[in-house]
Design a protein around this ligand. Structure first.
Ligand SMILES: [Mg+2]
Length: 254
């Protein structure tokens, strides 16, 4: 049974909307570069940003530069690189934490996983590395075993291995979305508001985990994640819900 996700009863000026991108507001594509941003979503986000007084932020594993390219000309407050980068307002120059960068040799070893493995794609996201096998699902166990073996070769490196949807992501353990959301929520226009964070993957769970600190709510996509109040079936449902929330379909008086 598909749940109907209620709109928050609070005024839009009292909430902050925080959105993961891939698998949450965008359908997952065969490769990260092949995702499509529907024009209607750009319009919804523009409207929602205006109606919330700017308290709409994107929270992604992608870099801020990549996020801006995807949504151009729209520019929003954003958390990039799983929390390695934070931009509090659209006009602000990127505020980057000096995050621990992955060791060069470690990156090389991870990149080698794609050698002689057609369909396996290594994406250097700057602060993290992702090994995708969506185009070669039969490679799943080989990829996971290779990543585990490489991690074991760097026992002192504080790295975290995050399995996602047809992807394994390797990132420094020193930052995560939850810590970055906590930071974002200290600043205007987010401070003092009730956050709603929507995400779909393991990397979003640190974000759901900090919601109670701000009396916020977490919504997951595709599966009920720990610490969430509701679950959307698919990104298209999130997009429709955001449209309703923004008042875009005329059902919410503003
Ligand atoms: Mg996602």
């Amino acid at each position: 049974m598909i749940e109907t996700i209620p709109l928050p009863s609070a005024n839009l000026r009292d909430i902050a909307v925080l959105l993961d991108i891939d698998g949450t507001i965008l359908d997952i594509a065969p490769t990260p570069g092949a995702v499509i941003v529907p024009q209607s979503l750009r319009q919804t986000l523009t409207r929602l940003s205006r109606e919330t007084g700017g308290a709409l932020a994107l929270v992604s594993g992608r870099s801020l530069g990549d996020i801006d390219l995807l949504f151009a000309p729209l520019r929003l407050p954003a958390i990039g690189g799983h929390g390695a980068e934070i931009r509090l307002s659209p006009d602000e120059i990127t505020e980057s934490e000096h995050a621990h960068v992955l060791d060069g040799k470690l990156r090389e070893r991870l990149a080698e996983i794609a050698v002689d493995a057609p369909g396996v794609l290594v994406e250097d996201k700057g602060y993290s590395l992702a090994v995708h096998y969506r185009l070669a699902p039969e490679q799943e166990s080989r990829v996971k075993e290779a990543v585990a073996a490489i991690k074991a070769d760097w026992p002192k490196e504080p790295i975290e291995v995050l399995p996602g949807k047809s992807v394994v992501e390797i990132k420094p353990a020193s930052f995560h979305k939850g810590a970055a959301i906590r930071e974002l929520m200290q600043h205007k226009p987010f401070a003092g508001r009730q956050p709603i964070f929507v995400g779909d993957d393991i990397t979003d769970e640190s974000g759901f985990a900090v919601m109670p600190e701000f009396k916020g709510m977490g919504f997951s996509v595709g599966r009920r994640a720990p610490g969430t109040a509701h679950c959307f079936a698919a990104p298209s449902d999130v997009r429709r819900w955001l449209e309703r929330l923004s008042g875009g379909d005329g059902t919410r008086p503003l």
